[in-house]
Design a binder for this molecule. Structure first.
Ligand code: ADP
Length: 248
């Protein structure tokens, strides 16, 4: 298993569904404190890769290690979440009946139950953590608002805040800017860059304009395999990448 600067390590991973290779000899190394953008056409295996990392799908063969020698293929989804890997799906799932702050308090209490959150005794440290998260996700001025009254983009930020409440070392984020305004998209790029100063982030994204704003190393998947990896300008100029995006 890898050591030191490597946080996430996939090597020679394979996963077939009914004989169809969704993931084919996939390798990916993400360093501590790195943000990586994952691109690739529909069906490239991006979702399946995220499912494998989070324990939702077990690979047929290959290595998946986290934080040194933790073999993720030996753990289930709940265990992996508790180890410090947070996943944000495309659709926001905030509690619309609660305030912005209430949502964060629920997440901080590590519970989906409002009763548990109410019974939970507040501490100064927790209040400070809430303030810090609100600032990070650009919602300090919205803390008392009902989550239902947030814009679509703000709901996405709140959900990212709820993930931060669990203090993950690695955040996996699926298409964060889908449906956002241009201003929200730009703010999301800044917000994720802020988060990536302390944590590793893997972002699956279709919006190349947004990937450019992130300014990070890009991995292009195709047919369950890494087709190209490097700066966006190099990846997007790669003839094989152009070919798969233009559909041959
Ligand atoms: P992406 O997220 O890049 O669009 P996916 O990981 O969703 O790609 O899918 C990769 C391939 O694997 C697709 O051809 C998809 O149809 C197939 N696939 C994914 N999950 C399953 C499943 N549970 N059963 C059968 N085929 C699947």
């Amino acid at each position: 298993p890898p050591r030191g600067e490597t946080l996430l390590y996939l090597n020679g991973v394979n996963k077939a569904f009914d004989g169809f290779k969704a993931i084919n000899d996939l390798s990916l190394v993400v360093a501590r404190g790195e943000m990586r953008a994952i691109i690739g056409p529909n069906g490239a295996g991006k979702t399946t890769m995220m499912d494998i990392i989070t324990g939702k799908t077990r690979p047929d063969t290959g290595d998946v290690y986290f934080a040194g020698d933790t073999d993720l293929t030996r753990h289930d989804e709940a265990e992996i979440a508790s180890m410090g890997i947070g996943r944000k799906f495309q659709k926001p799932t905030v509690f619309e009946g609660h305030t912005v702050e209430g949502n964060l308090r629920l997440a901080l209490a590590g519970s989906r139950s409002i009763f548990a959150a109410l019974l939970h005794k507040r501490s100064a440290a927790e209040d400070a953590r809430i303030d810090e998260i609100l600032a990070t996700v650009r919602l300090a001025e919205k803390r008392a608002l009902s989550a239902a009254d947030l814009s679509h983009g703000q709901k996405q930020w709140l959900e990212i805040g709820m993930l931060l409440a669990q203090d993950p070392e690695l955040l996996l984020i699926d298409e964060p800017v889908a449906g956002m305004t241009d201003a929200e998209t730009e703010e999301t790029a800044r917000l994720l860059r802020d988060i990536a100063r302390e944590r590793s982030v893997v972002v699956v994204e279709h919006d190349m304009h947004f990937v450019r704003m992130l300014g990070v190393k890009v991995t292009c998947l195709h047919e369950g395999h890494v087709l190209a990896e490097g700066p966006l300008d190099d990846v997007s100029a790669n003839p094989r990448v152009i070919e798969v995006y233009l559909g041959r």
